[in-house]
Write a protein that binds this ligand. Structure first.
Ligand SMILES: *Cc1c(COP(=O)(O)O)cnc(C)c1O
Length: 421
C-alpha cells in the first residue's frame, strides 16, 4: 500500500464545489434589521465574491490564472497515510491526511485568500483588508495579495499581535501592513481604545475594523471563513482528495477535521458529501474552551462584534462571548458556518469538542510517531481518530479515516513550549 497519494499539476481539478443545491433543506437567508448591512457588503466584497455567495450551480470552473496561482503556492497537496500513528494506536484503521500544511502559507486558508484577492483585483481596487486572530489568515491574505499585485492591510487582534511576532514578521515580509486591533485607524477602533480593557482586542473587533477601513478607503474586504463563497473556494482541497482516493479505490468511512468557523472542515468534507451523502460519517472537532458546536444555540447572530454585517443563522455561543486566550487561535471564533450548522442540525455532521491539554498531548504523540508537527488547531481533530480506533477494535472491523491536516505547527512552537515548563 502506498504511503503518499499525489496528483500532478495538470491533474488538479479545475472547479469548486458549491453545496447550496445539495443541502437537505434551504439555507435560512442572512438577516438585515437595519437595512444597512447588505449595502455595506455590496460595497466591501469583491463583486464576483458577492455573486458566488448566492450561487445555485453545483460546480464552478476556476479561472485559468487562478489555477496557476494555486500551483504557485504548492497545489495540489499530497495525501499522506499516517502509518506509524496507525501502528501506535494498534487498531484496524487506515488514516489518510490531506496535507494542507504543505502549502506556502502553511494552512488551508490560502485556498480562499487567493480567490478573494484575485476577484478584488478584477474590481480594480489597490488593496484588500482583513482581520486575523492568531495570524494564519493574515499570512494567507498577505501572500494572496502579494501574488495578485495588491496591498494587504491586516487588522490583528491586539493580544496576538504582541505574542505571535513571527507571524507578524512573515506578513510584513510579504509586503502587508499589519495593525494591532483595536487601532487608531477606524472609528470603532478609536471608540474601543478609550477603555484600556479592550486593548487585547478580539477577532470580532478586528472584523469590524477591517470592514470599516475597506468601506471608508475604497478597498475590498476578504472574509476568512464561515460564508458560502469562502467555503466554496476552499473545496479545491476536497475535490483533489476525491480524485486522489479514487485513484486508489478508497472511500473513507469517516471524514474528520478541526472547526474554527467551519471552512477547513467543509472544504474537505463537502465534495465528499456531494458524491456520497450519508454513506460517510462526518465528525467535526472543535475547542471545548469555545464550545459553540456542542453548547451553542442554533439561532440568528452577528458574525462580528461591531454588528456591521448581516446576522447569520448558525450555531453560536454569542458574538459577545470572550473566548479564553487559548493557543489554537484559529478555533476561537464564536459561530459555525451556516451551511455546516444546517448539516449539524440535520444530524449529518456530528460535533465533538476537546480541551487544549488533550489536543496538545495528541500533537506531541503525532509528532513523535509521524515526525511532523501539526498546528494546535489541527491537533484538535486527532482525539477523534483515537475514538474511532477504539470503536474499530471493539467491532473488529476495519475503518478508514480521511482528515484535513489543516496546518503545520512550526510557528506555534512558542505555544507548545508551555508543555515543557
Ligand atoms: C484557521 C484554522 C483552522 C480553522 O479554520 P476554519 O476554516 O475557520 O474552521 C484550522 N486549522 C488551522 C491550521 C487553521 O489555521
Amino acid at each position: 500500500m502506498v504511503n503518499r497519494i499525489d496528483l500532478k499539476q495538470d491533474e488538479m481539478p479545475d472547479y469548486w464545489y458549491n453545496i447550496l443545491p445539495d443541502l437537505p433543506e434551504p439555507l435560512p437567508s442572512p438577516k438585515d434589521d437595519t437595512g444597512k448591512s447588505f449595502e455595506t457588503l455590496q460595497k466591501v466584497l469583491p463583486s464576483t465574491v458577492l455573486k458566488h455567495e448566492f450561487l445555485t450551480e453545483r460546480n464552478l470552473k476556476i479561472p485559468e490564472e487562478l489555477v496557476e496561482l494555486y500551483h504557485q503556492v504548492g497545489r495540489p497537496t499530497p495525501i499522506i497515510r499516517a502509518k506509524r500513528f496507525e501502528k501506535f494506536l494498534n487498531a484496524p484503521i487506515e488514516i489518510y491526511m490531506k496535507m494542507e500544511a504543505y502549502t506556502f502559507s502553511g494552512s488551508h486558508k490560502i485556498n480562499s485568500a487567493l480567490a478573494q484577492a484575485y476577484y478584488a483585483k478584477q474590481d480594480g481596487v489597490p488593496f484588500v483588508t482583513t482581520e486575523t486572530g492568531a495570524g494564519q489568515w493574515g499570512i494567507a491574505v498577505s501572500l494572496a495579495a502579494a501574488l495578485n499585485g495588491l496591498k494587504a492591510k491586516v487588522f490583528m487582534a491586539g493580544s496576538s499581535y504582541y505574542q505571535k511576532t513571527y507571524r507578524v514578521t512573515l506578513m510584513k515580509m510579504l509586503g502587508a501592513e499589519v495593525h494591532a486591533s483595536p487601532s487608531e485607524l477606524t472609528e470603532i477602533g478609536r471608540q474601543l481604545l478609550k477603555d484600556e480593557k479592550n486593548r487585547h482586542g478580539s477577532l470580532g473587533i478586528a472584523i469590524s475594523e477591517a470592514v470599516e477601513y475597506a468601506l471608508t478607503h475604497n478597498g475590498k474586504y476578504n472574509v476568512g471563513s464561515v460564508v458560502n463563497s469562502d467555503i466554496m473556494y476552499k473545496t479545491i482541497a476536497g475535490n483533489e482528495a476525491l480524485k486522489q482516493l479514487e485513484k486508489e479505490g478508497i472511500v473513507p468511512d469517516y471524514i474528520i477535521g478541526a472547526v474554527g468557523g467551519g471552512s477547513n472542515y467543509a472544504g474537505l468534507a463537502y465534495p465528499f458529501y456531494g458524491k456520497f451523502r450519508n454513506k460517510i460519517k462526518y465528525i467535526a472537532a472543535g475547542s471545548l474552551e469555545v464550545p459553540k458546536m456542542t453548547k451553542g444555540e442554533y439561532k440568528y447572530d452577528f458574525p462580528d462584534t461591531g454588528k456591521i454585517l448581516p446576522q447569520l443563522m448558525m450555531y453560536t455561543i454569542g458574538n459577545e462571548f470572550i473566548p479564553p486566550p487559548i493557543y489554537a487561535g484559529g478555533l476561537r471564533y464564536h459561530g459555525v458556518a451556516p451551511t455546516l450548522s444546517l448539516l449539524m442540525k440535520n444530524g449529518i455532521v456530528e460535533a465533538r469538542d476537546y480541551d487544549q491539554e488533550t489536543a496538545f498531548r495528541f500533537a506531541e504523540l503525532y509528532t513523535r510517531t509521524e515526525g511532523y508537527v501539526p498546528a494546535p488547531e489541527t491537533a484538535h481533530a486527532l482525539p477523534v481518530i483515537k475514538e474511532i480506533a477504539e470503536q474499530a477494535k471493539k467491532e473488529g472491523k476495519k475503518k478508514t479515516i480521511l482528515m484535513s491536516f489543516s496546518g503545520h505547527g512550526l510557528l506555534d512552537l512558542g505555544s507548545y513550549a508551555t508543555m515543557y515548563t
